[in-house]
Ligand binder design. Structure first.
Ligand code: 5GP
Ligand code: ZN
Length: 114
């Protein structure tokens, strides 16, 4: 079994509420939501973070963003506005080292982020 928590979710070894799945991407509810809607969109392939990507990942990265937009429409957070976040590295708050985009919406957000 993979050591990475998100690889285990991809394999189905850890349960998650999946909202979207295709050959390369899955999306599921965050287990500790920070807003009314808090979804994680991840590549099935293990990439550590954005810093682990290169030109050949461009299509995959585009797909991740398109899935974020799809989830936002499906969860009804477009009118109020939403945020897509990729915490990259420890000081940015990354705690799971498998690339993921947070889709957050359903409440106002401050800027700059804390
Ligand atoms: P990061 O801090 O790395 O940007 O975000 C990691 C996110 O993954 C956190 O919001 C955390 O709540 C979520 N998370 C960590 N482990 C699990 C898990 O096993 N299942 C789900 N659904 N979310 C998780
Ligand atoms: Zn992984």
């Amino acid at each position: 079994m993979a050591e990475c928590i998100f690889c285990q979710i991809v394999e189905g070894a850890i349960p998650a509420k999946k909202l979207y799945e295709d050959d390369h991407v899955i999306a599921f509810d965050d287990m500790n939501p920070q807003a009314r809607v808090h979804v994680l969109v991840i590549p099935k392939r293990h990439l550590v973070s954005l810093d682990d990507t290169q030109d050949s990942d461009s299509v995959l990265l585009g797909k991740l963003m398109v899935v974020c937009a799809k989830i936002a429409r499906e969860r009804g957070i477009v009118d109020g506005g939403y945020r897509v976040v990729a915490n990259t590295g420890r000081e940015a708050g990354q705690s799971v080292f498998h690339l993921h985009l947070h889709v957050l919406g359903g409440r106002p957000f401050a800027w700059p982020p804390g």
